[in-house]
Design a protein around this ligand. Sequence first.
Ligand code: BG6
Length: 471
Amino acid sequence: MQTSRPTILVIFGATGDVVARKVIPSLYHLFRSNQLPAMFCVIGFSRREQTTDVFRTYVREMLEKHVSPSLEATQVQTFLNLFSYTRAELDRPEDYTPLGEKLGFIDGEWKTCANKLFYLAVPPSLYNPILNSLSVSRLTESCGEEGSWTRVLVEKPIGTNQATAEAIDEQLAQLFKEEQIYRIEHYLAKEMVRNILAFRFRNDIFEPVWNAQGIESVQIHLHETLGVEKRGAFYDSVGTLRDVGQNHLLQLLALIAMEKPSSLDPDAVRDARADVLTHLKPLSPIEIASNTYRAQYNGYQEIVGVGPNSQTETYFRIEAEIDMPRWRGVPFILDAGKRIGNLKKQIIITLKHPAPCLCPTDGHSKNRILISMQPDEAIKIEFVAKKPGATMEMESRTLDFLLRPKDSIAQYVEEYAQVLLDAVRGDQTLFVNTTELKAMWRFIDPIVEAWSQGSVPLNMYEPDTNESIES
Ligand code: BG6
């Protein structure tokens, strides 16, 4: 794996929100820390009518908005010089000719066949036309020099259900081999989430109890204080389950439940995650009625883009089970929501009581392992200790591991810098493979379907409270 070969990043949908908030700041971070290839440039490829100069001004504004105050004028100018712009209707194959010419021109100037990384930062409805046009224009074919490649980075959501996800995936597979396809899952790129592998498999104290004999339940929470913001129309068409459940929460579940991979090789890790996901037990209609819950916050329907009688959930809870000997009978409780009272992105693993238990008669708290991504990045182990003094009185205490102070984390920059860097150097560990993608939809589809038929009532909750999670 290497980042030193000349590389051209082509961003489809270059003036969209993902690029403004996540990609530009992350590229700047990589640029400042000297992690980009020495020969590197970015082509914005979008519908908006504008020149390269106007595009660079836009990039500067986004930097000022999302990276400031740590901007340094000369550095910013050098960074902006990496960017150029080509205008296109993304669904018109003939508009890809100028892009091909530009790529050829850069190759000529650099006297090499540069790597080409195509980043689809567009709504899923555009995947099909873009992939078609890429195919017709043959831009995905490498210019053949030894070691040079073309790759594609795909943003979530991939599809809206299993069938549409598979259709996109098949189309991707016609143009690219699996090792060229990078399906983004930014949760996997979170520092604390990457730590789960180390925590589980590089320490000897956890694995012996990491199974149905030792663990009573696993809870995975993604409680956001943020609302839907300006994404009303998009959000209303997907809901929380598909926005973060189908991907982020299921990936966290896979990391907690996976078997030890045979090595830290990207394929070994991805296969281990995929194995768990394919063993998620699909819920029957009766289980969906009893083991799932959905709710919407009051006021959601007034958001621009949201339907006046919208039945879309802004909170959900699901009890899942993994059909593997290691996990049989252990509930995995996943929940996520917008405008919840307290910010909490956390995994809670509750251990079983030993039998017999030397517990006081009024019971005692069970051991819990808390893996927290927000508000702080920490692992906490709750245990019971004897209180100092003459009696055998017990109390609950905590062993704390704080990864780093909160203010050192810039939202998204770290994750997207990792995503871009890994795509450039060819490490697919933190990207979802095709088996994972299908398995996640296979589990989610029946729930979405049953909910859309009203088999589970939509409850309401007061925003900025914990009403939904306590219900
Ligand atoms: C995104 C969802 O994928 O994940 C957002 O579209 C959500 O709705 C976000 O807010 C949560 O990610 P993070 O990194 O802020 O926890």
